[in-house]
Design a protein around this ligand. Structure first.
Ligand code: FE2
Length: 488
């Protein structure tokens, strides 16, 4: 059975699933070279069909996410009216009350527009081109990507992002291939928007540069802005939902939250970043701690789980056996999740676990040579490229490594990676300058599996978890000594 999963949201992407195996998963940005591109990933669909000698008529099912545009289900209307009631009964000044209520009413209109006009139009466009389209819920697709790709037979799944269909977070149980929804947090209580609005406030691009806030947080003091930022959002254990505390006057589910402006006058950027990271961790950990008293396996997906520090803290909780974060945790991963859901629904077989994320484009030697000649580059052909790389790294050289299939997801995992020796801490400054990255952005180490335990405080069973660079861990003294450039 051949299935094509399509994501048209930010980081548009396509997945080809054959008999439950992911054959290709590629984001359109890697083909059209526009970062975070969104819309129908037409070029990637053609690329994948061509590379696999397929035509659209050979595909059994075309699948996507965005179910609420078909069901016309708008539960957020109820959530918004409850929220407005709370604001009206609060002690806020009349002017701020009005501001918060106006925001919620506008937000409701905006969501209606996106779901009932923009999403509907895109799904109809797909129908016109490919015939029948199978459509799943956004967060269910996130959850499927994490659960079906993990090693877990049973687990709990948590998805958190900015906004998808009618939710910003969902909790599921996963057992024998089936996902069951436990709770859904409305879009107006979004943790993704909470973190993204601070990203924008600090002068970075929201929905793209959240990692910079995390990087900056390491230099700040979370206690400084705690009184202002911490009350913005919380977790309600009774309802099993996150809660944007509008009645406290600051929180809004938008990147462009003008209520926050005074924070930059009162606190330094690094302290705001530190308090934001602290708040995110506290709120999500509160949720995970309360998922179960027994030890559980936890599958995670959604853009918020790009936060490697948060993921480490989740993994270290007492009630957690193990975690699995889908390597393309953002909306790019939806193409995989919805294709896997369709496979399970149609033949009741559990899709195959993900083996690696080298699921993208691959070029043979002739194609590489053609490009080298086109751009008149100097080259030499080597039999043992690894030996030469080791020699160059030992001499302090920086290597751009292009090998085999491209990675799917935000992390470069060796096939399209920039490599250098980690024994000189100054290399970070040089590299960040060359790559035009912010000066405090970290680099991740790459270590042979057999030696990982000598350098990192991890156990044997953790080795699989760290494979996809989805969480941080603590270092041993040996790492500090030999590889200071990769210790933060
Ligand atoms: Fe999402």
């Amino acid at each position: 059975m051949k299935i094509i999963g399509i994501n048209y949201l930010s980081e548009s992407s396509v997945c080809l699933l054959v008999n439950g195996n992911i054959i290709n998963a590629i984001s359109e940005e890697r083909i059209n070279r526009t970062k975070n591109w969104y819309g129908l990933p037409r070029k990637t669909i053609d690329f994948i069909l061509k590379k696999n000698n397929l035509k659209a008529k050979n595909i059994d099912y075309f699948v996507t996410s965005g179910l609420s545009s078909i069901t016309n289900d708008m539960p957020n209307k109820y959530a918004i009216s409850k929220k407005i009631e709370k604001i009206e009964n609060s002690k806020l000044k009349k002017k701020i009350k009005l501001k918060q209520i106006n925001f919620l009413n506008k937000r409701s209109e905006h969501e209606n527009d996106v779901i009932n006009k923009r999403t509907k139009k895109l799904i109809n466009k797909l129908k016109n081109e490919f015939g029948e389209i199978v459509v799943y819920d956004h967060h269910l697709s996130h959850a499927a990507s994490a659960c079906y790709s993990s090693n877990f037979k049973d687990c709990i799944c948590l998805t958190i992002d900015g906004w998808g269909d009618n939710s910003s977070a969902k909790i599921f149980t996963f057992s024998k291939g089936k996902l069951k929804e436990i709770s859904s947090t409305p879009t107006i209580d979004s943790l993704g928007y909470f973190y993204g609005s601070i990203t924008k406030l600090l002068g970075f691009k929201p929905h793209q540069h959240e990692g910079k806030v995390l990087g900056l947080a390491a230099y700040g003091d979370y206690k400084k802005a705690k009184n202002d930022i911490y009350p913005m959002i919380s977790y309600d254990n009774k309802k099993k939902k996150f809660n944007g505390n509008y009645e406290k006057g600051l929180y809004q589910a938008t990147f462009n939250n003008r209520n926050l402006k005074y924070l930059t006058k009162k606190y330094s950027k690094k302290d705001i970043a530190a308090t934001t990271q602290y708040t995110l961790e506290k709120v999500v950990l509160n949720c995970v701690k309360n998922l179960s008293k027994k030890k559980i396996n936890l599958a995670l997906a959604g853009g918020v789980f790009a936060n490697v520090k948060l993921n480490q803290k989740i993994k270290d909780l007492k009630n957690i056996k193990d975690i699995f974060v889908f390597p393309n945790m953002g909306d790019g991963g939806l193409a995989v999740g919805c294709a896997q859901l369709c496979y399970y629904d149609k033949i009741k077989k559990i899709p195959e676990k993900i083996q690696n994320v080298y699921l993208g484009s691959k070029f043979n030697d002739n194609e590489v040579l053609k490009s080298i000649r086109k751009f008149k580059l100097q080259y030499s052909s080597l039999k043992n490229i690894e030996k030469k790389m080791a020699y160059l790294l030992s001499k302090g050289k920086v290597i751009a490594h292009f090998n085999d299939k491209m990675e799917f997801g935000p992390r470069a995992l060796g096939n399209r990676s920039i490599l250098c020796s980690a024994n000189d801490p100054k290399i970070n400054v040089t590299l960040n300058k060359k790559l035009k990255r912010t000066e405090f952005m970290p680099f991740a180490p790459i270590i042979l599996k057999d030696y990982a335990k000598d350098y990192l405080k991890i156990s044997n069973k953790d080795l699989e978890t760290y494979k996809y660079m989805t969480l941080t861990c603590f270092c041993k003294k040996k790492m500090n000594k030999t590889s200071p450039a990769a210790v933060y």
